[in-house]
Design a protein around this ligand. Structure first.
Ligand code: KIV
Length: 271
């Protein structure tokens, strides 16, 4: 049983209060039941069923191929696992850019079929109409600005965004537009720390950073990166807390050896 069964659930209002009280928000990605259970039990505030599942779960080079059905499958597994944290689910590429009705339908599917607590989508002023329509149906929306991986072929690179004044101004305007449209929070990805701090100071809603410095209201990382399951991904913003790739590989090696040497199973490990 989770230690958080009796603990008050995290809501979008909790996050707002945390910002007001100066308490930083912790957020991680999750895609499956077992891992989501551990992260919720550890006390994480928000779990994001990110479309990074396309990379870390399915092995695609980008986030573009993952489908709405696949996102719903991951989200169902995560929602089943959690007692306390807020579960937000990414609208995948192609499920909301067409028009606001399509965006609303996708958001409703995620809420209805997965039991999620809200959705996240990428973009600024161009997605405001969709955001308003989704919120008008009672669905909380988290925005995502800065490096937006669904637009990787437009950017051409995963480099830091908004280093130049013009792009920084555009990001600030987009952040205000998302707040005015009703977003309860915004993820800022891979932008200069000073810009992250400025946006967090200007907006009332919580800003969650990934590579956006310490001046924002919370931090998010991809769980596989934090646990060191990915060996090849080492951006400057990442702090690795484990080296699970090597640990899992070594444990698997020991298991193989025990099977080959007939050490496993021993007398006590059989009926
Ligand atoms: O899909 C994802 O994992 C994300 C985070 C990087 C914020 O959007």
């Amino acid at each position: 049983m989770s230690v958080h069964k009796d603990v008050k659930k995290v809501t979008t209002h909790t996050l707002q209060s945390m910002k007001q009280n100066g308490e930083k928000i912790s957020m991680l990605t999750a895609y499956d039941f077992s891992m989501a259970r551990i992260l919720d039990d550890a006390g994480i505030d928000v779990l994001l069923v990110g479309d990074s599942a396309s990379n870390v779960m399915a092995g695609h080079e980008t986030t573009l191929p993952i489908t709405l059905d696949q996102m719903i499958y991951h989200a169902q597994s995560v929602v089943r696992a959690v007692d306390r944290c807020l579960v937000i689910v990414d609208l995948p590429f192609g499920s909301y850019q067409g028009n606001s009705k399509e965006a609303l339908n996708s958001a409703i599917r995620i809420m209805k079929e997965a039991g999620a607590h809200g959705i996240k989508l990428e973009g600024g002023i161009e997605v405001v109409e969709s955001i308003k329509r989704i919120i008008s149906a009672g669905v909380p929306v988290m925005g995502h600005l800065g490096l937006t991986p669904q637009s990787i072929y437009k950017f051409g690179t995963y480099a830091v965004r908004a280093r130049e004044d013009e792009e920084a101004e555009m990001l600030i305007n987009n952040a205000h537009a998302l707040e005015e449209a009703g977003c309860f929070s915004i993820v800022l990805e891979k932008i200069p720390a000073a810009l992250g701090k400025r946006v967090a100071n200007e907006l009332k809603i919580p800003l969650i950073g990934i590579g956006a410095g310490g001046g924002v209201d919370g931090q998010v990382l991809v769980m596989h990166d934090l646990l060191g399951i990915n060996k090849d991904f080492s951006p400057r913003f990442l702090r690795r807390y484990l080296n699970l790739y090597d640990e899992i590989k070594a444990a698997t090696g020991r298991y193989i050896q025990d099977v080959k040497s007939k050490d496993f199973p021993n007398e006590n490990e059989q009926y």
